[in-house]
Structure formats: C-alpha cells, structure tokens
Design a protein around this ligand. Structure first.
Ligand SMILES: NC(=O)c1ccc[n+]([C@@H]2O[C@H](COP(=O)([O-])OP(=O)(O)OC[C@H]3O[C@@H](n4cnc5c(N)ncnc54)[C@H](O)[C@@H]3O)[C@@H](O)[C@H]2O)c1
Length: 365
C-alpha cells in the first residue's frame, strides 16, 4: 500500500454540521470561553447569538471583543430567547445543574463543560433532567477532537494497530492552578479537572476499562489541597492496559516539559505529543508518528497535523452536538456517555483513598 495515499485519506479535522446557523448562547464569560470556545466558533463559522455571566461587565466585555450581537441581562432572558437553540454552559461544575435545568425547561439543547459533576450523583441528575426534557445534551470533553487523538482514532479504526495492548499518556509540566481559585479547594482537583481529559481520550480510543488503580502525591511546599502528581493504571478486558502519569510541578525551563501519548498494539505503534501543553500559554501543533506492520514495519509515518487541543478541538465538541441535532441522533459525547468517563475519575479517586483497585461498576451508587 502506498503510505502517502493511505495517510491522505485520513481526516483528523473535527466534522462540522451543514447548518452552522443554529443559534448558540454562552453562559459564563470566563477564561476558557474567551481563550477557546469563542475563537474556535469563529474559526468554524458558528452562529453565537449572545453571552451571559453573573458578572455583567465580563459578559459585556467579551461580547464586544468577539462582536456578539448581545450580552444577556439575565439567564431567564437567555433561555427564553427564541433565537437560542443551544446553550453552551461554561461555569464552575457546582453551578452547572441549575443552569442546565433552566435551559432544558425551555427545550434548549445543552453543551456542558467538564466535569459534568463534582460528584457522580450530580452528573447523574443532569443526565436525568436532559433525558426527561428530550433535548440533546453533550459534554465539552474536547480532547477527543485534538488532532493527535482524532488521527490516532482513525489509525486504530482502520485496524493498523492490530490488537490493542497499551495506551500511555504522560505529562510533566508546571500548571498555574491559581488561575482557577474556585478549583483549588477541591481534594480531587487534578483527576476531576485535568486527568479527566486523558481518561476520556483513552476511553474514546480503547473503550471503557474494567478497573482503575491510582495513586497520587503532593509536591513539597505546594499550597494546593489536592495532590498534583498522579498515576492512573487502567486494566481493560484481555491483555490491554493503560497508564496516565502527570506531574504538574516541573520547575525546569520549558524545554524540559513534555506531554506525550503512545498507543500500541500487536501490529502497530502510534507516538506523539500533545502540543497545547508546550510553549504555555500559546501552545504548538500536535505531532504524531506511527508505524504498522500492515504498511511497512520499519518506517515511521509522520504526517504534519494542523491545529491544537486548544482552541481547535472545541469546534469538535460543539460540532458533534450540532451534527446530532441535525441528524436526529445522540451525540458521541452525550452526557450519558460521559458517565463512564466520570466512573473512571471517581474510581481513581476512590482507589487513592482506599489504596486498592476499584472496578468501574462500584461507582454507580
Ligand atoms: N474543556 C476544557 O478543556 C476546559 C478548560 C478549562 C476550563 N474548563 C471548564 O470550564 C468551566 C469554566 O472554567 P474557566 O476556566 O472559564 O473559569 P473562570 O473562573 O475563568 O470563569 C467562570 C465564569 O463563570 C461565571 N459564572 C459562575 N457562575 C455562574 C452562573 N451561575 N451563571 C453565569 N455565569 C456564572 C463566573 O462569573 C466566571 O466569569 C469549568 O467548569 C472548567 O472545568 C474546561
């Protein structure tokens, strides 16, 4: 098989809906909306009709910066507006349920920022209210649409890795947790707000593991309550295994930082970098190399990927919800699907606490 031709057929860019004129209204005008949601939606050509934040000045400033038609004066005004079809919610997780309930009461579809809940019960409640309202509801677990992960998904889908054996994501960076003061009082912060992306991406590529065995620790002198060095071991059915390892305290100059992924199987290997975590806060493009015995066992294929986890992948999480609305189906990143990612998160937290492997089935109660 000609390698170039094979690669050319791969499309790692986020699929977008035909109808880009569905009205999107955003709740929360914080850091992530300004740096990722709105830049991505501008790239995609999505139709954002307005924004609301409990801090009205913030909403007005962001509306002006991105030339949005309006800053809503209240949440009621937003959810009652007929031009709003999708409510894109980016508030701290503990405020999510209230906004979801008010949006779905008016039959708006919702895209919820992760984590869907700081407890499993809170996330389950969101799934219930969305189901009862009969709307489409998705989670902004956008790393699935990062170029390196999307490309890996296509390579795995084609069977080029053969039987999957090992998924590994390793990160060693310096994370400015003080940017998110509402998060730092939470003991499970790293798992719930950061490693959740890696757990979701691995689940997207490899399926849902049977159990998780995790450990975590602090860095000497750190001011945060939560552990900031984490190791998560995943056991899947058969011989497949996974590993996520994070250190957020790398004080060395940035050329020492790394954020890598490696996905392995009986027939092939994918290795790459998650560019968004390099050259902080600007980031750089993802890289990927793969080889497969089915193509050429000793030649690495290294296509150039365009785009990043932040902001480009945000076109994917919203795009998938819009496609689901357009096609009358459930989104792949549905709130229901996300419960399995949260089972991984809460299994990891319980594993640390109880120092034992935790089966995902234990998390339902
Ligand atoms: N998917 C990702 O990669 C990613 C990255 C960063 C943050 N996030 C998530 O996005 C959410 C927001 O994060 P952020 O970094 O923008 O935080 P932030 O603190 O910068 O912004 C949060 C904003 O929400 C507003 N807000 C709070 N409660 C509100 C309410 N009830 N109604 C309207 N506005 C309200 C605040 O005034 C603030 O402007 C969090 O849930 C976080 O986990 C996701």
């Amino acid at each position: 098989m000609n390698q170039d031709t094979a690669w050319m057929a791969l499309n790692y860019r986020p699929p977008l809906p035909q109808d880009k004129m569905m009205g999107i209204a955003i709740v929360g005008a914080g850091e992530i909306v300004e740096s990722a949601h709105l830049p991505a939606y501008r790239m995609a050509g999505f139709h954002v009709v307005g924004i609301y934040d409990i801090d009205g000045d913030k909403a007005r400033r962001v509306a002006e910066q991105f030339h949005l038609p309006r800053a809503f004066g209240s949440l009621d005004e937003l959810v009652e507006s007929p031009e709003v079809e999708i409510v894109d919610i980016a508030v701290p997780s503990r405020r999510l349920l209230d906004v979801v309930e008010r949006a779905v009461r008016h039959k708006k579809h919702v895209l919820c920022q992760k984590p869907l809940g700081e407890t499993f019960a809170a996330a389950q409640r969101i799934v219930e209210v969305c189901r009862e309202a009969g709307v489409k509801a998705a989670v902004n677990q956008q790393m699935r649409w990062a170029p390196g992960i999307q490309a890996s998904h296509q390579i795995i889908d084609r069977g080029w890795l053969g039987t999957l054996t090992q998924a590994t994501i390793q990160v060693n960076v310096l994370t400015p947790w003080d940017h998110w003061p509402w998060m730092t009082s939470l003991a499970g912060m790293e798992f719930l707000y950061h490693s959740i992306h890696y757990m979701d991406s691995i689940r997207y590529l490899f399926g849902t593991p049977e159990y998780i065995f995790a450990d975590s620790a602090k860095f000497p002198g750190q001011p945060w309550l939560a552990d900031t060095r984490t190791t998560i071991m995943m056991r899947f059915a058969g011989e497949t295994r996974g590993l996520i390892q994070d250190n957020h305290n790398n004080f060395a100059p940035e050329d020492d930082w790394y954020a890598t992924f490696r996905f392995e199987g009986s027939e092939g290997i994918i290795k790459g970098t998650n560019g968004a975590l390099y050259n902080y806060p600007v980031g750089r493009g993802d890289t990927i190399s793969f080889l497969s015995k089915q193509l050429s066992a000793d030649t690495w294929i290294s296509p150039t990927l365009e785009g990043k986890w932040f902001p480009h992948a945000f076109m994917g999480s919203m795009g998938e919800l819009m496609l689901a609305v357009e096609e009358g189906r459930e989104p792949g990143n549905s709130v229901e699907d996300n419960l399995d990612t949260l089972r991984m998160v809460f299994a990891a937290l319980r594993s640390v606490e109880e120092q034992r492997p935790v089966w995902l089935g234990e998390i339902d109660q």
